[in-house]
Design a protein around this ligand. Structure first.
Ligand SMILES: Cc1cc2nc3c(=O)[nH]c(=O)nc-3n(C[C@H](O)[C@H](O)[C@H](O)COP(=O)(O)OP(=O)(O)OC[C@H]3O[C@@H](n4cnc5c(N)ncnc54)[C@H](O)[C@@H]3O)c2cc1C
Length: 370
């Protein structure tokens, strides 16, 4: 292991891997330190929806950032395939946000004002997805909210970074981070100290410890999500069905991914029967035939939530050598490309959208976590 790099990334989930890819592509000598294996924490648990509209019900800075990241995937899918050989399995069907009640309809119809969303009557929904539940009264169809396979994206970023010259260290937890005496940053690993001009903290829900070591009192809250997948060899389903924070995502392989619970404060990343039962119940409400499908597997992951639900993407307020990219909560897959680009632009000195910088900076004023 070298003792000095230009840039170090702590955490090899999708956020760290995207930063590594963009930095290595920009010619920076980069190393990623991952305590386990690349992409095997929250990233692997995700459904992979690029839900810019599904997750934001109003326009604003977050929506613009999400849209920019969503559209970066259009460029990245062929680019990552060409560079890494890995297909991120982008699936273009879009999302149908189903309305079962008048209040669902009012809320969703207001959202249809956002670009690329369109209100459909129940008949129009059945033309697209004949097996959707008969009890619906319509749906918001969001063409651009496609999905990808999160672990494939993460691996493609990591492999691409490697091919651009980055070092990726797995089973290499970082124990501490501090300002280096001669300038830059110094991390401590089990194999010794490593220094760099810049370090990016991208350790998901476990990032709080590094904020504290660097003098910042920021908390991260795990929000456990439980999912399962089933084999669909009986009915056609092209679009993601979504209702009440529950979704059925049709993968290219023929599997349907069903998710997800929201268990606040639970640090255990194993699913339990109550969680799986709850998502199955909601899934059957959207697609009754799903009850007869064979179970593939169940899993869970920890979404990294912050005080105000928005990620921290930006510099340490007093030490410009340290940058943060953590707390992407429900949207880390969606936001990975834009986050990787933003951190890279900050490090290489390219201009950054000032509204994004302001919205995601570490020292913003935040509402108290409930
Ligand atoms: C059930 C579920 C469904 C989801 N669905 C979606 C979705 O459809 N769309 C979407 O956009 N988002 C979704 N998300 C959210 C998304 O998964 C996360 O926002 C995203 O994975 C966060 O990425 P990350 O790289 O910050 O965190 P992680 O993937 O958790 O990666 C952090 C990494 O840091 C490593 N690490 C921690 N401490 C250290 C240390 N000391 N040293 C070295 N490495 C360390 C960890 O081992 C880990 O690999 C979902 C999440 C869940 C749980």
């Amino acid at each position: 292991m070298k003792k000095r790099y230009e840039t170090i990334i702590i955490g090899g989930g999708i956020i760290g891997a995207s930063i590594a890819y963009h930095l290595a592509k920009a010619g920076k000598q980069t190393a990623v330190f991952e305590s386990g294996e690349i992409g095997k924490k929250a990233t692997r648990a995700a459904a992979g929806m690029l839900g810019a509209h599904a997750e934001c019900d109003k326009p604003g800075t977050f929506f613009e950032f999400a849209r920019a990241s969503q559209s970066a995937y259009k460029r990245l899918a062929p680019e990552l395939k060409k560079i890494s050989g890995i297909d991120i399995n982008r699936h273009d069907g879009g999302i149908l946000k189903l309305a079962f009640t008048e209040s669902d309809r009012v809320r969703l119809a207001a959202m249809a004002e956002l670009d690329s969303a369109e209100w459909l009557t129940a008949e129009e929904v059945f033309e697209k997805e004949p097996h959707a539940a008969k009890g619906i009264i319509g749906a918001n169809f969001i063409r651009d909210d496609v999905h990808v396979e999160p672990l494939s994206v993460c691996r493609a970023f990591a492999k691409g970074a490697k091919l651009f010259g980055a070092d990726i260290f797995e089973h290499a937890p970082v124990l501490s981070v501090e300002a280096a005496s001669g300038g830059g940053v110094r991390i401590m690993t089990a194999s010794g100290a490593v220094e760099a001009e810049h370090a990016a903290i991208a350790s998901g829900v476990w990032s709080g410890v590094f904020f504290k070591q660097l003098g910042l009192n920021k908390s991260f809250y795990p929000v456990k999500g439980e999912c399962l997948s089933v084999w669909n060899d009986t009915i056609p389903l092209t679009r993601t069905l979504y209702h009440d924070h529950c979704y059925i995502v049709p993968r290219r392989s023929g599997k349907l991914v069903i998710g997800a619970t929201m268990k606040h404060g639970d640090w255990n990343d194993k699913p339990d029967l109550n969680g799986i039962e709850a998502v199955v119940k909601k899934a059957k409400m959207m697609l009754p035939e799903i009850g007869g499908m064979k179970i593939d597997q169940c899993w869970a992951g920890l979404r990294p939530e912050t005080e105000d639900g928005n990620p921290y993407i930006g510099r340490h307020p007093e030490n410009g050598s340290v940058l943060f990219a953590a707390g992407h909560f429900r949207n880390g897959i969606l936001l990975a490309p834009a986050t990787g680009e933003m951190i890279t632009d900050m490090i290489v000195g390219r201009p950054v959208n000032p509204a994004w910088e302001e919205a995601f900076k570490v020292e913003r004023k935040e509402a108290v976590h409930k």
